[in-house]
Design a protein around this ligand. Structure first.
Ligand code: DCM
Ligand code: DCM
Ligand code: DCM
Ligand code: ZN
Ligand code: ZN
Length: 271
């Protein structure tokens, strides 16, 4: 996601975590404010192109070598790069957060990666190999040129919330509050319990793969409904957005809700 997506998922997670979890992460992240998760949610993107952070570059996605829209699927052995992918990155950094043998700064850094990667795992094009996750596909968005990956990282979400009129953290908080209502007492209430059915803290790879498969299926139905070739150069701000907007909304809601539950499990282990 772009920063709007990451900050929103983290605010949403902070809405659902237990009081104990909140205390644990405020202490670990040395931030006692309401944005203790949100303010670190995009950090992993800020280090991936630095010399120090280069090793994390492939941790943000898994390149599913499937064949949309005919067939969508993810296979850990086939698709996770030697250098790592979002699946084993989430597992490894989750282990580091709770490893009390590690220095606290390292556990805090691991927490920042966990918060980020739960988010990226819910972006359909972070679970797809075609054209480098859509980066090499040129499209139009309200008349301007972008690559398809950027449209799914940022443009759809920004339009869905009515445009970037306001401060990023204010917009994300407002959106997160709306999604929290939809989950607690709204359109997502009937299905939200099911969102945690694959969550098994003792098996982070299987958990992440279940979330990845669910997300990758959306590549066939909503990212490339007519195939990758048919989308090249198309205007996506109209009918395509009408179908994609609700998908983005649900993926951000799922990511934030699951992040909250994941952090609860970590805090439980941590004590
Ligand atoms: N930030 C912001 N509003 C907030 C919290 C953070 O604009 N409520 C910005 C300031 C930094 C970045 O996000 O550029 C990361 O903040 P921090 O260093 O506090 O994590
Ligand atoms: N941060 C850090 N190590 C870095 C860069 C940033 O611990 N090398 C922290 C500072 C902020 C948070 O991550 O609390 C977000 O950083 P940024 O301002 O780069 O988004
Ligand atoms: N990306 C992806 N799958 C790939 C390559 C990149 O999902 N195979 C993502 C990571 C970034 C964005 O696309 O969010 C841009 O990546 P880069 O700047 O590395 O091209
Ligand atoms: Zn991306
Ligand atoms: Zn990322």
């Amino acid at each position: 996601w772009g920063s709007l997506g990451h900050i929103t998922t983290a605010y949403l997670a902070s809405h659902f975590v237990s009081n104990t979890t909140e205390a644990v992460f405020k202490e670990l992240l040395k931030n006692d404010n309401a944005d203790y998760l949100a303010s670190v949610a995009s950090w992993a993107d800020s280090v991936r192109y630095t010399k120090w952070g280069r090793f994390t570059k492939t941790f943000h996605f898994i390149d599913a070598h499937d064949d949309p829209p005919r067939s969508c699927n993810v296979d850990f052995e086939r698709d996770c790069k030697e250098t790592g992918c979002v699946i084993n990155a989430l597992a490894n950094y989750t282990e580091q957060v709770v490893d009390t043998a590690l220095p606290e700064w390292q556990r805090a850094q691991a927490a920042k990666f966990v918060i980020h990667f739960v988010g990226d795992l819910h972006q359909p094009l972070h679970n797809e190999d075609v054209a480098l996750g859509g980066n090499r596909i040129h499209v139009l968005w309200d008349g301007r040129g972008y690559n398809l990956h950027h449209v799914w990282d940022s443009s759809i979400a920004e339009k869905w919330i009515g445009g970037l009129h306001g401060k990023p953290y204010d917009l994300a908080l407002k959106w997160a509050n709306q999604l929290a209502v939809e989950i607690t007492d709204g359109k997502f209430t009937p299905e939200s319990e099911g969102w945690l059915k694959d969550l098994d803290y003792k098996d982070p790879i299987s958990t992440a793969m279940a979330w990845s498969r669910e997300c990758n299926a959306l590549v066939c139905t909503h990212v490339f409904p007519e195939g990758p070739k048919a989308i090249v150069g198309q205007e996506l701000g109209g009918d395509y957005f009408k179908a994609a907007g609700p998908v983005i909304e649900k993926q951000v809601a799922r990511a934030g809700y699951r992040m909250g539950a994941w952090l609860d499990q970590i805090a439980n282990d941590y004590l």
